[in-house]
Ligand binder design. Sequence first.
Ligand code: DGP
Length: 210
Amino acid sequence: MACKRGALIVLEGVDKAGKTTQCKKLVHALQQSGCPAEMMRFPERTTTIGQLISAYLENKSDLEDHTVHLLFSANRWELVPLMKKKLEQGTTLVVDRYAFSGVAFTSAKPGFCLEWCMKPDVGLPKPDLVMFLQLSPAEAALRGQFGEERYETSVFQRAVQQKFEQLMKDPSVNWRAIDASQSVEDVHENITTHSLNTIDAAENLPLGEL
Ligand code: DGP
């Protein structure tokens, strides 16, 4: 019998929403329940392209805005063969940010439209589920100061949040809004329930394309 494919599950949200914590907890819970699962994150800073992105985010280098947008997309594309291999082998991938962050962050800059921003990611594996961790700017501020990296200002994060809200209207993507103001355990329970349902359903569906 052919191996059932894993599901591609993405967590998105503005900074401080708790994505990384929740990705790790979800992978652990899935593994405990006997479901092969691994975490990935974008940007993946360890590759050659990822190192260029990392230097840019840390304000150690400046890159033209279109150029950096294409580098973020290239960083996703370079991991596609590995993602497909793992999914085909039956491993569910829990991904911390994906193409939606790519579009939301660049289109929040002046002079960029959603349509142009989406183009480089057309054809990437389509997530079976995208959970958006929703947190108001006021609640995010209660979680402490933003860090030192580029984009980590409340004004820019508010613009990014608005772009995510526009993206979530796309019915061709399986979005689920998650209230990230709940306790870590409540958010985790919510996310795990949605993920287990998705993993069951994805087994019988081909992997789509963005
Ligand atoms: P993280 O490692 O998850 O903290 O993400 C680093 C920062 O990069 C964060 O502010 C979000 C931003 N980011 C993530 N993906 C993209 C992308 O594809 N394009 C742009 N412009 N920014 C991104």
